[in-house]
Design a protein around this ligand. Structure first.
Ligand code: SF4
Length: 321
């Protein structure tokens, strides 16, 4: 069964003297235990605000549709209840581990804190922190527990953040660009770790990233967002083998290929569309090299490309005819 189920999510930001501005429209996500789902897009695509809304981090935004965590509806939940859900059932890891950690608190105290807040005793909390940190490839017995964040490398700090998010044993882990600040080798280690944790703990991981290369490494499923809407979704294998949306194809063409260093990278021309400038039709129309006449005016709905694979583009219908 789905641990996290998001249906027809809409997110609006209220504007003084104007109608609310729609940031996100029509996102569906189904996360199952033991799997990694990647939410991919450029900045401004709506991926981060989608993730944050799942645990109500931006109470000023208006969230519509349905978000169920372990079957429980989260949309409309009182802030206090949402807060207890956060941490208990949904853990979160952010990009910037240096800012996420308290510089004045030792690593041991920091990792154990979520348990302490739930009334678990000091020595039991510390014991569980040691076991968890070890399972994340850190060495808590070498004095790590008494060190402070600035004494650790970026990769170690990110693992400490993962430990803090996991210590209360949530069902869902949301990781927002968790490796962007790390060098390539450490990135790979942390991503592999996330994947292993998902499988071994039966955790559902939602990985937010702008980098499709990251997705290829770890994700089971991928949802590509553009202009606040999902444009393509499916199993990672299907989407990589047979990308259907021109935007996904563009992202893939812009990825460096280890096996073909001779290939020229082709970044997608133009800049991501702003929520205020979105056309009536397909948000990608200004950057799309294969746009049709009606693309700017008619919104493409989601069409089936394969068994687990959908995309929202007028061309898909054109091809099928
Ligand atoms: Fe391009 Fe039209 Fe497809 Fe949008 S709907 S991606 S503009 S072809």
């Amino acid at each position: 069964a789905a641990v996290l189920e998001v249906r027809e999510l809409t997110i609006d930001v209220p504007r003084a003297g104007d109608s609310p501005l729609r940031l996100v429209d029509g996102v569906d996500l189904i996360l199952e235990a033991g799997t990694v789902t990647a939410l991919v897009g450029e900045s401004g695509s709506g991926k981060t605000v989608t993730a944050r809304s799942i645990i109500g981090l931006d109470p000023e935004l208006q969230v519509g549709g349905s978000i169920r965590v372990g079957g429980q509806q989260v949309v409309g939940l009182a802030p206090r209840l949402l807060q207890s859900l956060r941490g208990a059932r949904v853990g979160m890891v952010f990009q910037d581990s240096l800012r996420a950690l308290d510089p004045l608190m030792s690593i041991g105290a920091q990792v154990a804190e979520p348990l302490r807040l739930r009334g678990v005793g000091r020595s039991e909390s510390r014991k569980r922190a040691v076991v968890l940190l070890e399972s994340l490839g850190l060495r808590p017995k070498d004095g790590l527990l008494d060190q402070y964040p600035h004494q650790l490398s970026g990769g170690m700090r990110q693992r400490v953040c993962i430990a803090m998010a996991l210590i209360a044993e949530p069902d869902v882990l949301i990781a927002d660009e968790p490796t962007t600040a790390l060098d390539v080798r450490v990135q790979r280690t942390v991503l592999t770790l996330l994947r292993d944790i998902a499988v071994s703990r039966g955790l559902a991981v939602l990985l937010i990233t702008h980098d499709l290369g990251v997705v290829a490494e770890v994700a089971d499923r991928v949802v590509v967002m553009y202009g606040g809407r999902p444009v393509e979704a499916g199993s990672a294998i299907e989407v990589f083998r047979n990308p259907a949306h021109p935007y996904t194809r563009g992202l893939l063409a812009a990825l460096p290929r280890l096996d073909r260093p001779d290939l020229q990278l082709r970044p997608i021309p133009g800049a991501a569309v702003l929520p205020t400038d979105r056309p009536l039709g397909c948000a990608f129309v200004d950057r799309c090299a294969v746009a049709l006449d009606h693309c700017a005016d008619v919104l493409p709905d989601s069409r089936r490309v394969g068994d687990t694979h959908t995309a929202a583009c007028h061309l898909i219908e054109e091809h099928a005819r």
